[in-house]
Ligand binder design. Structure first.
Ligand code: FES
Length: 118
């Protein structure tokens, strides 16, 4: 059975907020992005940077017009503060490399936000 850590009451972690839970060796960041919860290890798989100090960002892809870009999925990615690698919060997958940061499941039960497996 997965371990369970109560992170906060739902109203203590509103959309747009995050908290780092002191579990494991480096902690786990729990994010509420527009009502969807994600949890990632506070440890970058590149060189071990403190991932959750990084800023949230979105995805930049090529646009339809030549040399144009489209910015989308705002706040669904996090940029590591050390070297700027970007990772998708939901999957932990790096945007530009074949590595991922560890992710965890988050559930809401009886008004509590609960981190599983950390
Ligand atoms: S340690 Fe995170 S990008 Fe290098």
């Amino acid at each position: 059975m997965k371990s369970r850590t109560v992170v906060a009451r739902v109203d203590e972690l509103p959309p747009g907020s995050m908290t780092v839970v002191p579990v494991g060796k480096f902690g786990v960041g729990v994010y509420n992005i527009d009502g969807t919860y994600s949890a990632i290890a506070n440890y970058c798989p590149h060189r071990g940077g403190p991932m959750c100090v990084g800023q949230l960002t979105g995805e930049t892809t090529a646009g339809a017009a030549p040399y144009s870009q489209v910015f989308s999925r705002q706040n669904e990615f996090i940029k590591c503060p050390w070297h700027g690698w970007e990772f998708e919060l939901a999957s932990g997958q790096a945007a530009a490399a074949n590595v991922r940061v560890r992710t965890y499941e988050v559930v809401v039960e009886d008004g509590d936000v609960i981190l599983l497996g950390a």
